[in-house]
Design a protein around this ligand. Structure first.
Ligand SMILES: CC(C)(COP(=O)(O)OP(=O)(O)OC[C@H]1O[C@@H](n2cnc3c(N)ncnc32)[C@H](O)[C@@H]1OP(=O)(O)O)[C@@H](O)C(=O)NCCC(=O)NCCS
Length: 176
């Protein structure tokens, strides 16, 4: 199966509907009802990778937020991986590995030194992601409160020669 890249600004109404259908099938429960209305959770990502089956149906998706975070070593550009989703019919075939490999290549080409995500190490560990001990500053969109706390699901992947900084990591916005 081919993986295609699309910049979010080029998403058509038809693709928007396909994305919302796929994301709603992967992310269920009340908190994820938002995907029936929009193709993002809290913030629109800039870049997307898509996979279709032989009939053309959208079956897998990964998005990247192109962000700058605050660190003790200064500002750092990073790729924030989000909305990773594989249709139930196509799971267990390594599609997440393949989507991550494509997005890694893109980030390396952009000179982005780290991929970052909030997710399950069991899913992302074999693709090179690992946990870190930094406290993470982030905005709670419900309360408007800024929180500084360790987040066990915060995973990083170094993509270049930059050392991961110590100290608080400031997302400057909500979790993605
Ligand atoms: C999680 C999800 C994306 C995995 O898709 P997939 O195509 O089955 O993943 P892959 O086949 O590429 O497997 C990648 C790794 O994840 C592991 N994995 C997949 N689903 C898992 C699960 N539910 N629990 C724990 N590990 C899981 C695989 O064992 C594999 O690990 P390995 O390489 O060490 O053997 C898919 O189940 C999904 O869309 N779930 C609903 C949405 C979701 O939870 N997204 C992730 C948000 S962080």
């Amino acid at each position: 199966m081919q993986i295609e890249y699309i910049n979010d600004r080029d998403v058509s109404d038809a693709l928007d509907a396909e994305l919302r259908t796929l994301l709603s099938s992967c992310f269920t429960g009340e908190v994820n009802a938002v995907f029936s209305r929009q193709r993002f959770f809290t913030e629109m990502p800039s870049h997307r990778w898509l996979t279709r089956d032989s009939s053309g149906q959208l079956v897998a998706h990964l998005a990247i937020h192109d962000k700058v975070i605050g660190t003790s070593a200064g500002d750092l550009r990073m790729g924030g991986i989000a909305e990773v989703c594989v249709a139930a019919s196509h799971r267990g075939q390594g599609l997440v590995h393949r989507l991550l490999a494509m997005s890694d290549d893109w980030m390396i080409g952009q000179g982005i030194p780290f991929g970052i995500l909030l997710g399950d190490l069991r899913v992302y560990g074999s693709s090179g992601y690992r946990g870190v001990e930094n406290s993470i500053r982030h905005l709670d969109p419900k309360t408007g409160e800024w929180l500084i706390e360790p987040l066990p699901s915060f995973l990083i992947k170094p993509l270049g020669i930059v050392d991961w900084p110590n100290g608080v990591i400031d997302l400057r916005g909500p979790k993605f």
